[in-house]
Design a protein around this ligand. Structure first.
Ligand SMILES: *Cc1c(COP(=O)(O)O)cnc(C)c1O
Length: 434
């Protein structure tokens, strides 16, 4: 027997002894694609190196936060300086105000914001606030959208619109999701029916405006317009979950993309995370002043956090926001992402592979499907063995994409034209070897 010299494999076996499944977040375990997860040793710019010292071009970037690439010097300097000043105080700091001001300045629908530590926490708190503000129990979410793992949001569609959803996780009692209505993404008729049936009881509609947790599916403009109209008409809050898209697809988030196509468009509340922490545990939720003032200590809706607004995390977030606010940042990032998507499409076409892809700013998605899907059911028609072959083919060639076909991809400012060209060449080689 040959001794096992794969350090990723060794670490995975060791991890599984003490960490359920060997990972601290399920998708990292490669269950969808099979094989051994890569244990990251270090990262720099657009690359990370695994435990065997193998280099990968990184298209996950910590699932979005690393928009500047890894170890950006200005961000590193800000974090080092903040760490020396203190890790955590449990008392307010000026940097929290600076970050709140920076967010409000860039996202006009956000008049006030509260900082928390994870997207899950932000979405859960936004939901409570929407219910507290409206005094209503019911919420709408869409199949294929992910808003973190709060109990009320771990739901799949029930048998019809009159019935509410079923839990997608053990440990969530049906009563906890009885007020969560799960609808099909981009389905206007269903949306209208849901509001007609339940409108007066709906506290909020929560949506990923560009859904990155079913790969990459845009809410169609007409659908989004209807979401806004129906929420306004029925007194429900429109909550944008921009944990992934915020500061990723544009400086003003996906809402700025829709505002270009729907005059005056804005959500009532926005949930943020990922990029605003620049890789540190930091997230936020914000919105109209009248809504946000319902939060404790001003109002009756309770919400708190020991590490909320952490001084090292806020330093990292602020330094990241400063860099991405420089003129031309999103033009360059968007062009780079577009060149990847166009390159992949052309490679697939040359090799006769059914392929579709889309992108916005530094976020992209592709499908081994001839047409871009418009909802979760259509995404799940993707050929998963073919995706898994592509995933492993790319991995073997030093390109790391998300290890599941329902996840989006991310390009950073550190990715060069050379990195993109290498990636496209790797994909074409995999397509050709089918
Ligand atoms: C990642 C994500 C979350 C959850 O954020 P965590 O920080 O992982 O808890 C919520 N909503 C969306 C849209 C996300 O992409």
């Amino acid at each position: 027997m040959t001794p096992n010299t794969d350090r990723n494999q060794q670490l995975f076996e060791r991890a599984r002894q003490r960490i359920p499944g060997g990972v601290n977040s399920p998708v990292r375990a490669f269950r969808a694609v099979g094989g051994t997860p890569r244990f990251v040793q270090r990262a720099q710019g657009a690359y990370f190196w695994d435990a065997n010292g193998q280099r990968y071009i990184d298209y996950i970037g910590s699932w979005g936060p690393m928009i500047l690439g890894h170890g950006h010097p200005a961000v590193l300097e800000a974090v080092q300086k903040a760490a020396v000043e203190g890790f955590s105080f449990g008392a307010p700091t000026e940097r929290e105000i600076e970050l709140a001001e920076a967010i409000c300045e860039r996202v006009p629908s956000v008049e006030m914001v509260r900082l928390v530590s994870s997207g899950t926490e932000a979405a859960m708190s936004a939901l409570r606030l929407a219910r507290g503000f409206t005094g209503r129990p019911k919420i709408i979410k869409f199949e294929g959208c992910y808003h973190g793992h709060a109990d009320a949001l771990l739901v799949k569609a029930g048998s019809g619109l009159a019935t509410f959803g079923n839990p997608t996780s053990a440990g969530v009692p049906p009563e906890v999701v009885q007020h969560t209505l799960v609808l099909e993404y981009n389905n206007v008729a269903q949306l209208e029916e849901a509001f007609a049936l339940h409108g007066k009881d709906i506290a909020c509609l929560m949506i990923e405006p560009i859904a990155g947790n079913m790969n990459f599916v845009r809410a169609q403009v007409d659908f989004m317009k209807r979401c806004r109209e129906l929420c306004t008409q029925h007194g429900a809050l429109l909550v944008f979950d921009e944990v992934m898209t915020g500061f990723r697809v544009a400086l003003g988030g996906a809402q700025s993309v829709y505002a270009k196509q729907i005059p005056g468009f804005a959500p009532d509340m926005t949930v943020m995370g990922k990029v605003i922490g620049g890789g540190m545990p930091l997230a936020a939720f914000g919105g109209a002043r009248a809504v946000m003032e319902q939060l404790a200590p001003l109002g009756p809706v309770y919400q708190a956090g020991t590490l909320s607004g952490n001084p090292v995390a806020t330093a990292c977030g602020l330094a990241t926001l400063k860099e991405i606010s420089k003129p031309g940042f999103y033009e360059t990032l968007g062009a780079s992402t577009r060149s990847l998507v166009d390159g992949l499409k052309a490679a697939a076409a040359r090799q006769g592979v059914g392929f579709s892809a889309d992108c916005e700013g530094g976020m992209f998605g592709f499908f081994l499907l001839p047409e871009l899907p418009q909802n979760y059911g259509a995404v799940m028609k993707s050929d998963s063995p073919a995706f898994n072959r592509l995933f492993h083919g790319l991995l073997d060639r030093g390109v790391y994409i998300a290890p599941a076909l329902y996840e989006a991809g991310f390009v950073s400012a550190a990715h060069t034209a050379q990195d993109i060209a290498e990636t496209v060449a790797a994909a074409e080689a995999v397509f050709a070897a089918r």
